[in-house]
Design a protein around this ligand. Structure first.
Ligand code: ADP
Length: 269
């Protein structure tokens, strides 16, 4: 994209001519385009739950309804409000992380108890899944932000559960090499179509097919996960086969390399 304009030319304060200036504004143009796309996606994502909340509230106010109907509509309003809150919180978290404004607290931690805690919390709501944890060295330590790492594993393991709607095993395995912890989260659920994999970590991206239409989500979990891994100087990748299952692989350095992480960061909540 090129911007053109005439620049006046002066000599000894006398106007002597004009210069035609061509300026390449592709970068600005693309940034603007991305910004307006983001604004329209965000407004769409906010409007959808808000429209349901308004609709059900109107029904409750206008009509004489049976107590069962009232209960049903109130429950819909409650669920949509929860979705809206989660969406706004996720979106703000992600904005803060992407603009490097997120403080990370740096501490020495053991990965085994952290994963155990995440799995115990998730198992309360997933009775038809067997959540397994395989760790050879339960004492292994690393440096990082405990809360943020917890959020990362919650996202990935919760997805493994959510996208295995018929139940089954979800295995979290920790391996080690010289410098890194390698954490794999394996499920035997719906899997991911090959063509969706490159877009998986894009904001608001959700795989759209009939199998998963009923499964709730914001499409922000994996973008947040990617940011947390980035802050810890790690890597995240995925292997998946449709109808067979999915493995997320997270590599985190064991040693004291993290750059973004602040030594005695004032924790923002
Ligand atoms: P969402 O809120 O939709 O779960 P995420 O960013 O966490 O958003 O994930 C993006 C999409 O990736 C999901 O909508 C889902 O289709 C797909 N996905 C993520 N994890 C898995 C998994 N373990 N198995 C199958 N599909 C997955």
């Amino acid at each position: 994209t090129v911007q053109m304009y005439w620049e006046p030319l002066f000599r000894k304060e006398q106007l002597t001519g004009f210069i035609l200036v061509h300026r390449d504004i592709t970068t600005e143009y693309n940034a603007d385009k991305m910004k307006s796309e983001l604004v329209s996606t965000v407004s769409h994502e906010l409007r959808t739950p808000l429209a349901s909340i308004l609709g059900f509230t109107e029904l409750l106010l206008k009509k004489t309804l049976s107590p069962e109907r009232q209960q049903k509509y109130l429950n819909n309003i409650y669920q949509e409000s929860k979705r809206l809150t989660a969406l706004i919180n996720d979106f703000l978290d992600l904005q803060r992380m992407e603009s490097n404004k997120q403080d990370y607290f740096r501490e020495k931690l053991k990965i085994y108890p952290l994963l155990k805690e995440v799995l115990e919390e998730l198992s309360v709501h997933s009775s038809n899944h067997q959540l397994k944890l395989e760790v050879k060295d339960t004492e292994v330590e690393m440096y990082g932000d405990k809360d943020k790492l917890k959020q990362l594993f919650q996202n990935i393991i919760q997805n493994a559960i959510k996208y295995s709607p018929h139940g089954g095993e979800v295995i979290t395995r920790v391996d080690l090499n010289e410098d890194n912890l390698i954490i794999k989260v394996v499920d035997f659920g719906l899997g991911i179509p090959r063509e969706a994999i490159p877009q998986l970590f894009t904001k608001f991206y959700r795989v759209d097919n009939t199998d998963r239409r009923k499964i709730g989500g914001t499409g922000l979990g994996l973008s947040i996960s990617k940011e947390i891994v980035r802050a810890h100087q790690g890597q995240i990748s995925v292997e998946s086969e449709l109808g067979i299952g999915t493995t997320f692989i997270i590599q985190l350095p064991k040693t004291e390399t993290p750059k973004i992480i602040k030594e005695q960061g004032s924790k923002k909540s």
